[in-house]
Design a protein around this ligand. Structure first.
Ligand SMILES: Nc1nc2c(ncn2[C@@H]2O[C@H](COP(=O)(O)OP(=O)(O)OP(=O)(O)O)[C@@H](O)[C@H]2O)c(=O)[nH]1
Ligand SMILES: [Zn+2]
Length: 343
């Protein structure tokens, strides 16, 4: 069974009394009851930029620090938080975050597959946009598969954004993803300084909170700048020899799309996506046609072993005509959890 997303909240969101006694403002009314709701848009060296009153007339950007009563609980971009203190947003004001609300989704990674320490990247996003160039740099299918696994693990839906279609045909590449039914958009910068495919991408992002991931040089900043006027994300220059970009973005940042169109969260270029924390059961729930066939599997089945009941399930036609290629693709994803050289 999949864990519910509420299990993600390792330490619960309530503010517990602090032993050292952070003094309540009045005898009966602890500070966190008067707290103002806000959303974390970026984090920089212990200072959190948060948005108060999203979409309202008194909407404002406030800088905050974490309150002592939060203990060691992490705060990440996308978190819904409660603020106390100076929440005016005036230049020298500093508010305090006293509570992190329960997270709906949580995108996590480990530094590598043997690293037990999970790092939370972003919370409360709906969609993971995996940005890959079709050429310069060459696509890295294993990294893309790992991002898909991370999206499923996070409870997010994936979207492939394939850039630089002016340099290579997307079709052969897209064939690998057809059985997974992952939606995709294809973009290319055009001669007149615009980006082809941008409207399709906007449509796919509208009204949702989407996290963009991709390794350096794939054209992610170029997309963000086209989507969010005034974002001014630094674009790098791909080295013609190594195909690598400079690491020009350093921290995750949430940016609002124009016309109430949703949010994009840009993340620093990634080189790896450690999946040590991922449970196969959290992946297979995204394949309902196959999950139904796991009842006959031995206990603790990896679904990638001889005794797995899915082969018989698919051979019996229970997963439809695409069953065999779906199972093959599912197993390809499950195998990405095993480290290989070059990931
Ligand atoms: N031919 C072509 N080049 C592109 C396209 N999109 C972006 N580029 C170029 O690719 C290079 C890298 O683009 P960036 O937007 O900086 O890539 P990034 O993924 O943000 O990289 P980092 O900032 O290093 O994380 C730049 O020289 C862009 O001009 C495209 O569709 N076609
Ligand atoms: Zn099985």
């Amino acid at each position: 069974m999949a864990r519910s997303t509420s299990d993600y909240d390792e330490s619960d969101a309530k503010v517990r009394p602090n032993k050292r006694g952070s003094r309540p403002r009045s005898k009966d009314r602890p500070a966190h009851l008067d707290a103002v709701p806000a959303k974390v848009t970026t984090v920089d060296r212990g200072r959190y930029t948060v948005l108060v009153g999203d979409g309202l007339a008194d909407e404002r950007v406030v800088i905050a620090m974490r309150a002592r009563e939060l203990g060691r609980k992490g705060i990440v971009v996308g978190d819904d938080v409660a603020l106390v203190g100076d929440v005016s947003g005036s230049p020298d004001a500093l508010a305090r975050i006293v509570r992190v609300e329960p997270r709906r989704t949580l995108l996590r990674r480990t530094a590598d597959d043997t690293d037990p320490v999970e790092r939370v990247i972003v919370s409360n996003a709906d969609q993971l946009v995996v940005v890959s160039a079709l050429a310069n740099p060459e696509p890295r299918p294993r990294l893309i598969d790992r991002c898909l696994v991370a999206a499923y693990d996070a409870g997010m839906s994936p979207l492939l954004a394939l850039t630089k279609a002016d340099l290579a045909d997307p079709e052969p590449f897209l064939e690998n993803y057809a059985p997974l039914e992952v939606p995709s958009v294809v973009t290319a910068t055009s001669g007149d300084d615009g980006t082809d495919g941008l409207e399709a991408l906007r449509d796919a992002l509208r009204g949702r909170v989407s996290v963009l991931v991709g390794h350096s040089g794939v054209g992610k900043s170029t997309l963000v700048n086209a989507l969010v006027p005034g974002a001014y994300r630094a674009t790098g220059v791909v080295n013609d020899v190594t195909g690598r970009g400079r690491h020009t973005s350093t921290s995750a940042i949430a940016l609002r799309l124009p016309d109430g169109g949703g949010w994009v969260i840009d993340t620093p270029g990634i080189r790896s996506f450690g999946l040590a924390h991922v449970d196969p059961e959290r992946i297979i729930v995204h394949f309902p046609d196959l999950e139904a066939g796991t009842d006959e599997c031995p206990r603790g089945c990896t679904h990638d072993e001889e005794e797995c009941a899915l082969d018989a399930w698919v051979a019996g036609g229970h997963a439809g005509p695409a069953g065999a290629s779906r199972l093959e693709s599912l197993r390809r994803l499950l195998r990405t959890r095993t480290p290989q050289r070059g990931d």
